[in-house]
Design a protein around this ligand. Structure first.
Ligand code: DP6
Length: 338
């Protein structure tokens, strides 16, 4: 950190119990809780500098000037930080993902978590981890979870201890359940060729909440899914953890498909991998899948079977690349950054 400049790094995360739907659009409060694993292999590094000479924020994403939409979303987020710090200065932001761009991997979680740390650091705001998580949520719901490493739970409403206030208040933020050394399970990120652009998770959630006849069932069954996942993680029960995670994924996709218009995130390659994973299972190899708002499939497995599973999946047509990941660390400020 140097004066009004700060560099931070945050890792991506994948939800084992999915978030889909909002209670409050304006403050981006999720309608349901979620549980995720932070990934060591995928991260975003962001440097932010408040600069008196700028008349508007400037965002460079993966060495390219950001689009107007990307910039607007970041400016709205930075306005929250500026309000809190009583600042009006515009910022120069340079953000780099270490994972392939355009591969359809969500970068909003690691992106907004890194931006939260870099912006509050550069603004001189002293926030605790819960406040950082609640702030990151305003950028993207899943970013609230990327503030923490290991296994993380997002709460739609929970008591928060604000650093600057003694009053009791509630907010939506994530907490760490277990750090990254707790359990070595693996998540293989399969990069598939992506043909068409589809609905963003933000758009998809709104459509599902407004139109799916299954939305109430999704909301009602969420507490039980979360409770079962907490229990499975507590005793490191692999079968239960991954079975529940595949279940939550399919339930979320059933919700998107039952919306109007029907939202189908899968591509032919997605289905090929789903069936290949289930074939492996029928041969006695424990492998389970999870999928977010896009065609990419992530495969959960134990370290012992990782190589065997990669060998079985890498020759499927449409599989371009496989990135193995394991539980990763907290988001942090990089003190030695240039
Ligand atoms: C399918 O966090 O991207 O990945 O809060 O609108 O930015 P916004 O949504 P986002 O949604 C993530 C949806 C998901 C499931 C999950 O990560 O829990």
């Amino acid at each position: 950190m140097h004066g009004n400049e700060c560099t931070a790094r945050a890792h991506a995360n994948i939800a084992l119990i999915k978030y889909w739907g909002k209670r409050d659009q304006e403050r981006n409060i999720p309608a349901v809780g979620s549980i995720s694993m932070t990934l060591d292999a995928l991260h975003t590094t962001t440097t932010l500098r408040f600069d008196e000479s700028l008349s508007q924020d400037r965002l460079i994403l993966n060495e390219e000037e950001a689009t107007a939409n990307q910039l607007n979303r970041v400016t709205s987020f930075l306005d929250l930080v500026r309000d809190r710090a009583d600042l009006s200065i515009r910022a120069h932001i340079r953000s780099v993902n270490n994972f392939p761009t355009g591969a359809g991997l969500a970068s909003s979680a690691s992106g907004f978590a890194a931006l939260t740390l870099a912006a509050t650091g550069a603004a001189g705001l002293d926030l605790n981890r819960e406040e950082l998580s609640a702030l990151a949520r305003r950028g993207s719901g899943s970013a609230a979870r990327s503030i923490f490493g290991g296994f993380v739970e997002m709460f739609p409403e929970k008591q928060i201890a604000a650093a600057d206030s003694k009053e009791e208040q509630t907010d939506a933020f994530a907490v760490q359940l277990y750090d990254e050394s707790y359990w070595d399970i693996r998540l293989l990120v399969l990069i598939l060729s992506e043909e068409e652009k589809t609905y963003s998770s933000r758009e998809g959630m709104t459509i599902s909440a407004d139109t799916s006849p299954y939305y109430n069932a999704w909301m009602e069954t969420s507490p039980q899914d979360l409770a079962e996942m907490r229990d499975a993680l507590q005793i490191r029960n692999f079968e239960k953890t991954v079975e529940l995670s595949e279940y939550s994924c399919l339930k979320m996709h059933a919700l998107t498909m039952s919306s109007r218009p029907g939202i189908l995130y899968w591509q032919p390659g997605t289905l090929s991998v789903i069936h290949a994973v289930r074939d492996l299972r029928s041969q006695g190899i424990p492998a389970y899948f999870t999928i977010d708002a896009g065609p990419q499939v992530k495969v959960l497995c134990l370290p012992e079977q990782q190589e065997q599973i990669i060998t079985a999946l890498r020759d499927i047509p449409d599989v371009l690349e496989i990135i193995p990941a394991q539980p990763g660390p907290d988001a942090k400020i990089l003190e030695d950054a240039p």
